[in-house]
Design a protein around this ligand. Structure first.
Ligand SMILES: Cc1ncc(COP(=O)(O)O)c(C=O)c1O
Length: 392
């Protein structure tokens, strides 16, 4: 706990007091994030540049970034300029920004803050160089090479020529070249070969390409040939395997995130009562039900009508009826539960861990994480004790 970020945090007792006032909150166990990072380190010799884009996949950008820095990480990957600037303003980490820049002032503020920018056109590199010259500061860049995904990046056959032009621009510092894999074994092999050809060609012309980077979680876990100099895992650091088969890849990952909420209201309804919009559930008997103050605004997919599994006082119970914007209803039969009791919407293990929760909704775990509402308070724990809080 050396990072200045932690010094501004409320005391454990104060965090506990605040949690008493929350209807819904996320708990993120930082020791588990450390475990996952260490497990990935054991699995690769490459530098790890964590992907903390999209609010660290819902885990909260700055606490996760500060914690990564405490754990020896040197730079992180983001997809929004705002997040790159936040990282640079609040941590000592390098921030690699994949967001395209559009306005001259964005180029200048990014350079002023020391953000490293992904570029793949001469125009963007020239704009960066002009802004860097104006500020009298170098601009770090990674060049994105398209080795087959056909999304963004300079096509690999054209990459050496472009990069040679880019490195000649004033005040541009090439930190590396990167590409994104298609996550398809045959194509990935071809993509690895293509980025290596780009690097070899650059070296043969006296240009040092910097760090070569291809791998996100899938290749970090499953494809050592793609590790090269720099891997960019995201979901694995939060303890999520892309697919069930990946558990066998080696690293022992644990889910860091837990989603808790309170029962807002509990009551008994009568047999035949229909519940929620369109009467999506009809009570088969007199039964006790509860209303929990989370809904699809908070990140519970609407596809979970009648089937979310919620942990309440040690038992799993089903959601009832449709998922509202701010509410879900819960079957409380056989559970001793009352207003104010805490339920787990997403647990760390069991029938409603992230992967089961996602499967129940028919979503990817990745999509669930990236739809967690940033307004939901996040509580960070170490050794089981709250150490930090992110309140909207
Ligand atoms: C370019 C890039 N690298 C790495 C990642 C991390 O991916 P994952 O969460 O699968 O590890 C992402 C996320 O989508 C990405 O866009």
């Amino acid at each position: 706990m050396t990072h200045p970020f932690w010094l501004g945090q409320p005391k454990t007792s104060e965090i506990r007091r605040k949690v008493e006032g929350y209807g819904s909150w996320l708990e993120i166990d930082l020791d588990t994030v450390s475990n996952n990072l260490a497990e990935i380190h054991r699995h690769t010799k490459a530098e790890i540049m964590p992907c903390v884009k999209n609010n660290a996949y819902g885990h909260g950008l700055l606490p996760i970034a500060a914690h990564m820095e405490d754990n020896g990480v040197k730079r992180v990957l983001v997809a929004k300029t705002r997040e790159a600037i936040q990282i640079r303003e609040n941590t000592g980490l390098g921030a690699l920004n994949m967001d395209p820049l559009w306005a001259p002032e964005q180029y200048e503020s990014s350079i002023a803050k020391g953000v490293t920018q992904v570029v793949y056109t001469l125009d963007a590199a020239k704009a960066l160089s002009a802004a860097a010259k104006k500020l009298g500061k170098d601009a770090g860049v990674f060049v994105k090479v398209d080795t087959g995904l056909r999304r963004v990046g300079v096509w690999h056959e054209e990459a050496p020529a472009l990069i040679e032009q880019i490195v000649k621009l004033p005040r541009i510092r090439l930190e590396g070249i990167m590409s994104t894999l298609m996550q398809n074994p045959e194509q990935d092999k071809q993509q690895i070969a293509r980025i290596k050809v780009v690097a070899d060609e650059l070296r043969s012309h006296g240009v040092e390409p910097g760090a070569l980077s291809l791998a996100s979680t899938d290749a970090t876990l499953n494809n050592p040939a793609a590790h090269l100099d720099l891997v960019r895992p995201g979901m694995s650091l939060y303890g999520v395997y892309p697919e069930a088969k990946d558990v066998a890849s080696g690293p022992k990952l644990r889910q860091a995130l837990l989603w808790k909420a309170r029962i807002e209201y509990a009551k008994t309804i009568n047999r035949g009562d229909s519940v929620t919009y369109w009467g999506k559930f009809v009570a088969p008997e007199d039964m006790r039900i509860g209303t929990v103050h989370v809904g699809f605004y908070d990140g519970v997919p609407r596809e979970m009508a009648n089937k979310a599994r919620i942990l309440i006082n040690g038992m799993y119970r089903s959601s009832l009826g449709s998922i509202s914007l701010n509410h879900i209803l819960l079957d409380l039969r056989g559970v001793d539960a009352k207003q104010g009791d805490v339920v787990e919407v997403i647990s760390r293990t069991g029938e409603n861990d992230l992967s089961h929760f996602a499967a129940t909704a028919g979503w990817m775990t990745y999509s669930i994480l990236n739809h967690l509402n940033p307004y939901t308070p996040r509580v960070y724990t170490k050794k089981g004790e709250p150490v930090a809080l992110l309140e909207p």
